[in-house]
Design a binder for this molecule. Structure first.
Ligand code: TYM
Length: 332
């Protein structure tokens, strides 16, 4: 049976892009694959972005990211859930992959180009980021990787690294496949500026654990169809991010209703947003309640993470042993 692996960075609050794009698939695949599905809070990746990994907050954000994943339904007793830095084999394998990967291939990653465009000094770790990601996945010989569409290029490179390793050192790794949620490939930010992203900060994101009045404040001022100036103008839901969100949060009759009524100016944007907020509230309230319970019981979360790291290491150690031997390191 193949394994599942995915990772999520503790660089900020998990948002509805993470949730619909990836975390819901973690839960679905977790139910299918049990302990053979591995999910990881990737703190080593987080420190490639110095602005987002202030040491005062990194541990708390890592903890909170675990809480969020448990709150949406990942059960740590059923799946393998852990923190990346607790399993040092990730770094060891990443180094070997770094030595197999041409700098040019790393430089052409679009996420690398986007991130470095905003930096004066580029940490080498940012360039190596995809090699560490390949190590995360291949350390468990995972074949299935639930992610959002923005990770496609990284998964492609992971496949290439697997092929290269197999070619040089003998058949070892499978070529993993990305699994997407077709309805949530790239959820737009609530500010209307491209993809929702933790690194763009709070104006872009709707956090799954964010207080609902704060979610409403953001939705209230969120841009809609720019061509709809007056309440009496007909709108076009196809260019409206509120309609995109309706498709995630609302039931089919509501989606159909706002689709029809918007086009004939039968519903105003504020009322449309209020309807959306009903779906958001129904969806997020139980998740937020569960998160509160988990926060009130930190030792449960810590014990689950300690146990998860042990389970992950039990899979990683023999794979790393095989890799060391194939690469040719001296064994004493
Ligand atoms: P990260 O932490 O940025 O995001 C976590 C997951 O959420 C997805 N995602 C989205 N999906 C749809 N719409 C959006 N607006 C949106 N924003 C984020 C991401 O695609 C991701 O699946 N490099 C990874 C972390 C990582 C990883 C791995 C993933 C490290 N090692 C190994 C898979 C396998 C990242 O930065 O995710």
């Amino acid at each position: 049976m193949s394994r599942v692996f995915s990772g999520i960075q503790p660089t900020g609050e998990p948002h509805i892009g993470n949730y619909f794009g990836a975390m819901r698939n973690y839960v679905r695949l977790g139910e299918q694959y049990g302990k053979q599905s591995l999910y990881c809070v990737v703190d080593l990746h987080a420190i490639t972005n110095p602005a987002a990994s202030d040491p005062r907050y990194l541990a708390a954000r890592t903890f909170d990211m675990a809480v969020a994943n448990f709150a949406v339904g990942l059960d740590p007793s059923q799946v393998t859930f852990f923190v990346q830095s607790h399993v040092p084999e990730h770094q060891e394998l990443a180094w070997i992959f770094t030595c197999l990967t041409p700098v040019g291939e790393l430089e052409r990653m679009t996420q690398y180009k986007d991130k470095t465009a905003q930096l004066e000094s580029v940490p080498a770790g940012l360039l190596m980021y995809p090699a560490l990601m390949a190590a995360d996945i291949l350390l468990y010989k995972a074949g299935v990787v639930p992610v959002g569409e923005d990770q496609t290029q990284h998964i492609e490179l992971t496949r290439e690294i697997a092929r290269k390793f197999n070619h040089h050192f003998g058949e070892t790794f499978p070529e993993p496949q990305a699994v997407y949620n077709k309805e949530a490939l790239r959820i737009p930010g609530v500010d209307g500026h491209g993809k929702m992203s933790k690194s763009k900060g709070e104006t872009s994101t709707l956090g799954i654990l964010e207080p609902l009045d704060s979610v409403w404040q953001k939705l209230r001022v969120a841009p809609t169809d720019p061509a709809r100036v007056r309440r009496t103008d007909p709108g076009n839901p196809d260019v409206c991010l509120i309609f995109d969100y309706h498709k995630l949060f609302s039931d089919l009759p509501t989606i159909e209703l706002v689709n029809v009524e918007c086009r004939r100016a039968g519903i105003g944007c504020v009322d449309c947003k209020k309807k959306l907020m009903e779906g958001v509230t129904a969806h997020l309230t139980p998740i937020q309640e569960r998160a509160e319970e988990l926060r009130a019981d930190p030792s449960y979360v810590r014990d689950a993470l300690a146990q998860g790291a042990q389970e992950a290491r039990a899979i990683a150690a023999p794979v790393m042993e095989e890799v060391r031997e194939k690469v040719g390191f001296l064994k004493v």
